[in-house]
Design a protein around this ligand. Structure first.
Ligand SMILES: [Zn+2]
Length: 258
């Protein structure tokens, strides 16, 4: 099985200095290959997730925003074939859960209602997303499809509103525990034919440091403290394809499952 675990907005800036508090990330770094992906494209979630799973650059897939001309962009508005479309046509078993290139996030071959329309905004919703994505992903792992893609979105929201606060690390620790359940408790990595990519769509930094703010500083949900950074997070296990940009995830899967 090829498993892509997406963590929207996960950043080495939080993970690297706190590895003593993130035992499962630490273990994953030991068994896999780690890398900081430096995006050459704009670090915006819908565009990066879209490119990661259709293999196209932003000027080719032309999908930049969740809302276009006042309307929520839909899957059908994006004129590309995603990896799940291609592999499904070829008879492969593919499951995709909560992929946030649109809102609410997109699922393929899975019945899932995203938490908070895919924009979880408070502690209760963040916890709910952690738990529901973890449980669903465990079910899907047990089905052993050819390809499983699963994405957590909560860190993006948490870091926009709480960057610089201690609660950010606490949420990484909660996520770390879930990663332990998914990757180590299930013994997924003990099967050497299994392949894993853990990846974020962009990193994070303080609001003032961001080269290109993705939100206004003041929003109806509160003041924005953090914003997207072009350095994204990547760990691979048993993947021999070189991943230098999000689009390479598409090609790594394609090479393995053709
Ligand atoms: Zn994002």
């Amino acid at each position: 099985m090829f498993f892509i675990l997406g963590i929207d907005a996960a950043t080495w800036n939080v993970i690297r200095p706190n590895l003593n508090k993130l035992p499962n990330f630490e273990k994953l770094i030991r068994v896999g290959k780690s890398k900081e992906l430096v995006l050459k494209e704009k670090p915006i979630s819908p565009s990066v997730w879209c490119g990661m799973f259709c293999g196209k650059m932003p000027w080719e897939h032309k999908h930049e925003s969740y809302v276009v001309d006042g309307n929520i962009a839909r899957r059908e508005d994006i004129k590309v074939d995603f990896i799940w479309d291609i592999l499904h046509k070829e008879g492969k078993e593919v499951k995709a859960l909560n992929v946030p290139f649109i809102v609410p996030p997109y699922s393929f071959g899975v019945d899932f209602k995203p938490v908070g329309f895919g924009m979880p905004t408070n502690e209760k919703e963040w916890q709910e997303e952690l738990e529901r994505i973890t449980e669903k992903t465990k079910e899907l792992l047990a089905e052993n499809p050819d390809l499983l893609i699963s994405v957590y979105t909560l860190l993006d929201r948490i870091q926009h509103f709480h960057w610089g606060e201690t609660c950010v690390l606490e949420w990484y620790q909660k996520l770390d525990a879930k990663i332990g359940e998914l990757l180590f408790d299930t013994r997924f990595l003990e099967d050497k034919s299994n392949k894993l990519i853990v990846i974020s769509d962009h990193g994070f930094c303080s609001f003032g440091e961001a080269k290109m703010p993705t939100l206004p500083e003041q929003t109806e949900k509160g003041k924005i403290k953090g914003d997207h950074h072009e350095n994204a997070f990547l760990i691979t296990v048993n993947v021999d394809y070189q991943i230098n940009r999000p689009q390479d995830v598409f090609y790594a899967i394609r090479k393995q499952l053709s």
